[in-house]
Structures are given as structure tokens and as C-alpha cells.
Design a protein around this ligand. Structure first.
Ligand code: HEM
Length: 83
């Protein structure tokens, strides 16, 4: 669910996440390996820059974000979300 990702994550975070050889080191996942976010470390820097720009532009209103953050965090980690 990447709707509003530009409100949830900074441009730098997105760049790091899409550069990491192991994205789960940045965002832990409880999904089985085959369903986890794959590494985009081998993508070209030019492609990554365009993608990061685009995703950083996906913004939503604050009220929507609060609920989304909680739901996404709890779904991904299985842990309770604390502000
Ligand atoms: C260029 C293509 C892709 C982009 C730009 C992208 C972007 C992202 C971003 C920004 C997040 C973090 C969301 C957050 O902060 O909550 C994420 C998470 C995730 N992505 Fe992707 N993604 C891509 C391709 C894929 C593919 C191909 C898969 C599955 C085969 C996938 C599966 C996941 C999963 C499961 C997560 C949650 C974290 C985890 O369980 O590892 N993504 N993705």
C-alpha cells in the first residue's frame, strides 16, 4: 500500500530503502521470504532517482495518515504501534 507514502517516508528514507541489498534491515517484515519486498540495489541511480521523486510526491492528509501508519505497522511487524 503505497498510497500516501510521500507523507509517511522522507525522500532520503525511500532512497535508502530502494538502495539497500536487504530492505528488511530497514523495515522488518514478518512475511515469508518469498513475499517480502525484493532488493532494488541493482537498479540504476537514474531510475531510482525518478522513482524516489515520484513516490515522495504521493501525499495524503494528516488524519488519513495516522490510521494508515498504525494499520501498516501492525500488519507488517505484528507488534503494537506506539506513537
Ligand atoms: C519498483 C518497484 C517497487 C517499489 C517502488 C516498491 C516500494 C516499496 C516501499 C516504498 C515500501 C515501504 C512501505 C512502507 O514504508 O510502509 C515497500 C514495501 C513492501 N514491498 Fe515494495 N516496492 C516495489 C516492488 C515490490 C515487489 C515486486 C514486491 C513483491 C514481490 C514488493 C513487496 C513489498 C512488501 C511485501 C513490502 C512490505 C515490507 C516487507 O514485508 O518486506 N514490492 N515497497
Amino acid at each position: 500500500m503505497l498510497d500516501g507514502i510521500g507523507s509517511l517516508r522522507s525522500e532520503q528514507w525511500l532512497r535508502d530503502y530502494l538502495s539497500s541489498p536487504n530492505p528488511q534491515a530497514i523495515l522488518p517484515s514478518r512475511l515469508k521470504k518469498q513475499y517480502q519486498m525484493p532488493s532494488y540495489a541493482r537498479m540504476s541511480d537514474a531510475d531510482r532517482a525518478v522513482l524516489v521523486q515520484y513516490m515522495a510526491g504521493l501525499k495524503v492528509k494528516d488524519w488519513y495518515l495516522a490510521d494508515t501508519k498504525k494499520a501498516e505497522y501492525e500488519k507488517l511487524t505484528g507488534m503494537e504501534y506506539k506513537k
